[in-house]
Each structure stands twice: as C-alpha cells, then as structure tokens.
Ligand binder design. Structure first.
Ligand SMILES: Cc1cc2nc3c(=O)[nH]c(=O)nc-3n(C[C@H](O)[C@H](O)[C@H](O)COP(=O)(O)OP(=O)(O)OC[C@H]3O[C@@H](n4cnc5c(N)ncnc54)[C@H](O)[C@@H]3O)c2cc1C
Length: 464
C-alpha cells in the first residue's frame, strides 16, 4: 500500500503531520513524497526569481532528508490537480496526505482534488501544520475577521495553545515496497537542472543570494538556535537598526516551511525561560506573520485589491503609467537605489544584492514609493515578490497595504515615513548607508519630501 505525501510550502520532515501520518501506516505500507511546481493553475502566482532560487536549494535538502528516511521525492511541474492524480495512478497510491494551505486558489485546488480523489476511491486527508491556529478559529464577536493587529493579538492570546511539534518520523523499511517509477516523472535532477539554467542567466545575482543565505532545514534550525542563544536578549532594542544583525533572519525558512511556526514558538519560550527573558517582542513578530495569513485567508485577492475598496479611487500612478509615463524615471531610480535618500537606496541595493532588506528599510522604501511618489503599492509589491527570498503570498501584499494605508491594520494613511528622519533615528552613524550605498549622498533627491507629503495627504483627504 502506497501513501503519497504532497509537499507544498512545508519543506521539512519534522513537525510535518502529513508525513508523520504516512510513516505511521505500518507493515506493508510505503510513503512516497511529491512536490509539484505549479505556476499554471488559475490564480496561482508564479514564484519570483529569488524565491525560485531558494526553492531549488530547499528541495535538494529535502530530497536528502527524505532519502535518509527511505522516502523518494518526486518533483513534477504542471497543474497540481492533474499532476497529483497522475502520480497517484503511476505509484498506485491508495491515499494522499498534505498539510493545509490558505491562499484562495490553492484552497480551491485542494478542495477539488480531495473530492476527485475520494470519488475514485483514493483517501485524501489534510492536516494543520503551517500556522499557529486555524484562521477560522479567530474572529470578532460579529464573526468577521480582525483588521486591527492589537485586537487580533489579544484574541489569539486567549485561544492560542499550540501543540508541541512532532519529531521527524523514523526511517521506513525498504525492500519490496518501492513504488513503480512513473514514465512521465520529472526527476528532481532534471527539474533542478532546469532551474539552475534559469539562474545561470544571473550568475552575479544568484551568487549574492548564495553568499548571504543557506536554504534547508538544517540551516534553519541552526539559525534559530544561534538567534535564541545570542540574539533574543538584544532583539527588542536592536531589531530596528538595519546596520546591526539583531533580527532572526528566519523569514525565508518560515516562508518555505523549513521550520514550522510551532517549532519557533516553543523553542523561543524554552530559550526565554532558560535565560530569564521576556520573549514577547519577538513572538509578536511571529504573530504579525499569523495576522498576515489570516488576512489573506479572509481576503484572497490581497495582492491585487485594496483591502478597503475606497482606496481604489485614490488615483495611484498605475504600473503601466509608472513604466512608460513621466514617472518612469522616478520608478527606475527607486528600483535601482538611486533616489538620493541614503536609507532607501541602501535598502534597494541590499535587496538586489542579497534577496532581503531590513524591515525598517522595507517600510521606509515602500512609503517613499507609495506616498511621496504616489505609485501604486502593487508596483512595489511585484518588485519585492520577484527579488525577496522570503517573498510570501500573505506577508508581502499585507505589509505593502499596511504601508500604503489601504486597509491592513489601523496603520493611519497619514503616516508618511520621512526617509531622512528614519536614517537619523535608526542609522545614526550612517553605517548601513555606507555599507550599501555610499554614493547616495551625492545623488540629488528625486522628490521634495515636504511637498510630496502634502500632495499625498491631499489625495487621501479627497477620497469620498
Ligand atoms: C513592504 C514590506 C514587505 C514585506 N514582505 C515580506 C515578505 O514577503 N515575507 C516576509 O516574511 N516578511 C515580509 N515583510 C515583513 C518583514 O520585513 C520581514 O518578515 C522581516 O524583515 C524578516 O526578517 P527576520 O526574519 O530577521 O525578522 P524577525 O524580526 O526576526 O521576525 C521573526 C519573524 O516574524 C515574521 N515577521 C516579522 N515582521 C513581520 C511583518 N511585518 N509581517 C509579517 N511577518 C513578520 C517573519 O516570519 C520573521 O522571520 C515585509 C515588510 C514590509 C514593510
């Protein structure tokens, strides 16, 4: 009897309930793992370049870990629904197991697939694994989703009792149970080789990612351990300083599920108790992640539509105008880190060089684009989507909408980050700017901060 475990954004073997269940099945049963690179099903968002790079390396690590457990990883490309059914047939699987995901198109795929598999007599089960609490367990008294972080966090605090993480399963016995190879199987090597050739077009860029990052669960655990041992104590003070290495750097590992939020949650509590520290500040960031995902669950078009529909009428400079109109030069300067605002330029160049940008700088750069330049937040969101290694279906659009003030959280629309003041407060010695954009101070600013701020406020005030 073969059980197929379908991996998605949960590229780990520990705290993986679907894998755990498949490996419990006992004598005569056999687990096979599958990853489907699906960029074609309706509504599914193709990965950006940096995330693709991460995925490539993360899958390599996962294949090794699964192999050590006696489980083969098949990697296929195509519409997930069709591909999973083909693999079920080719492997003779009698059950398909997966961990739940929360994007709208993905939920549709999973629901339809579950139904179709069951109609064919194949068992299909999904498990809770990738959040701290299911989104449908947290709602206001009126039954609506929370839109304000403080209230969300309080509600979560009352209900949150995350289970302890599951260990990695023990190895399955080999022997006669190996699955028949599918004639149409895309081998891991072939798919990864294809991705490598994509990366070969940008060798310098991929090299920058490789210098900064080490994908895979072993590295994720190591990063968590190092942060909890040495970084938790200074986190609250240091987390806003882009020149310091004071944050965890866990976001791409969480994005690809190399670590589960439950693991981070429990490990943080344990480390804090041992060191006599208060982990609240760090855990509140993990709860922001949760809030972004619960928001996406309630608003599946988060990346394309203002959460508050009023803001559709704001008169944003659209993507096509920003690329071809008089603003094209402004947008180009922002993308390339040539705005003349040191903190923003440093951030945009750090992003291009390493696939990440410090949170404080993300907020400042996003504010300059959406408020001072008046360019639609979706333009910046798309750039981040392509260039961030942690580009996340929920956190990226959620945070862009948060900065744009278009409905996420109580972030007031009239808060305009002043990049010069942000630099004075959070990079007082200019260390971060010096590191990434030392020439920026010589570039004339592309926009007058005061005038553009007033113009932005006037646009917001004029909304019906
Ligand atoms: C415009 C903009 C776009 C962003 N896009 C993304 C994105 O695509 N993916 C992403 O993971 N984060 C995104 N963030 C949030 C945040 O900048 C990153 O999570 C953080 O910089 C990652 O660094 P870290 O892991 O060292 O964070 P830490 O400070 O160590 O925080 C721990 C974890 O908490 C979560 N977290 C922290 N801040 C936030 C936040 N504001 N929203 C949601 N989760 C958070 C992350 O999973 C992070 O790894 C964005 C923020 C802004 C302002």
């Amino acid at each position: 009897m073969t059980t197929l475990v379908w991996f998605r954004d949960d590229l780990r073997v520990h705290d993986h309930p679907a894998l755990h269940e498949a490996m419990q099945a006992g004598e005569g049963s056999h687990a096979v793992a599958l990853y489907v690179l699906d960029e074609v099903s309706p509504g599914v968002r193709p990965l950006g370049g940096a995330a693709r790079w991460w995925l490539h390396h993360s899958l390599e690590h996962l294949a090794g870990e699964l192999s050590a457990l006696g489980v083969e990883l098949l990697v296929r490309e195509g519409p997930a629904n069709r591909v999973v059914r083909e693999v079920v047939e080719a492997t003779g699987s009698s059950a398909v197991l997966w961990n739940r995901r929360y994007g709208g198109p993905e939920r549709d795929i999973d629901a339809r697939l579950k139904h179709e598999l069951r109609e064919r007599g194949v068992a299909a089960h999904s498990f809770f694994a990738n959040l701290l609490i299911e989104p449908w367990h947290v709602a206001t008294q009126a039954g609506t989703p929370y839109r304000v972080y403080g209230a969300f966090r309080r509600a979560l605090g009352e209900r949150l009792r995350p289970d302890l993480p599951l260990p990695a399963p023990s190895s399955q016995r080999g022997g006669d149970a190996s699955p028949p190879a599918s004639s149409r199987s895309t081998s891991l090597d072939a798919l990864l080789a294809e991705n490598i050739s994509v990366l070969d077009h940008e060798p310098a860029w991929a090299g920058g990612l490789a210098r900064r990052w080490s994908p895979g669960t072993a590295h994720a655990h190591e990063r968590l351990r190092v942060f909890l041992e040495g970084g938790l104590e200074g986190y609250a003070e240091g987390r806003d300083l882009p020149a310091s290495d004071a944050t965890s750097g866990l976001s791409p590992h969480l994005r690809f599920g190399e670590l589960s939020p439950r693991e981070v949650w429990h490990a943080t509590h344990a480390a804090a108790a041992q060191q006599g520290l208060d982990p609240e500040k760090f855990l509140s960031e993990i709860i922001w992640r949760e809030f972004a995902w619960h928001t996406l669950y309630a608003a599946p078009d988060l990346a394309t539509t203002n959460l508050n529909p009023r803001y559709e009428a704001l008169g944003w400079i659209t993507a096509s105008d920003a690329q071809t109109g008089p603003e094209a030069e402004l947008l180009q300067a922002w993308l390339e880190g040539r705005t003349g605002f040191g903190l923003v330029d440093a951030g945009m160049r750090e992003l291009w060089a390493t696939g990440t940008m410090h949170n404080r700088v993300r907020m400042t750069a996003a504010s300059l684009l959406t408020k001072n330049l008046g360019i639609d937040w979706r333009v910046g969101e798309a750039w981040f989507w392509d260039t961030l290694v942690d580009a996340d279906q929920a956190s990226n659009p959620f945070n862009w909408q948060w900065v744009a003030g278009s409905g996420a959280d109580a972030a007031p629309y009239f808060r305009v980050f002043n990049p010069e003041r942000q630099a004075e407060r959070f990079d007082p010695d200019g260390e971060y700017v010096e590191r990434w954009a030392p020439d920026s101070l010589l570039i004339p600013p592309i926009v007058d901060l005061r005038e553009s701020r007033l113009a932005a406020l006037a646009r917001y005030d004029a909304l019906p």
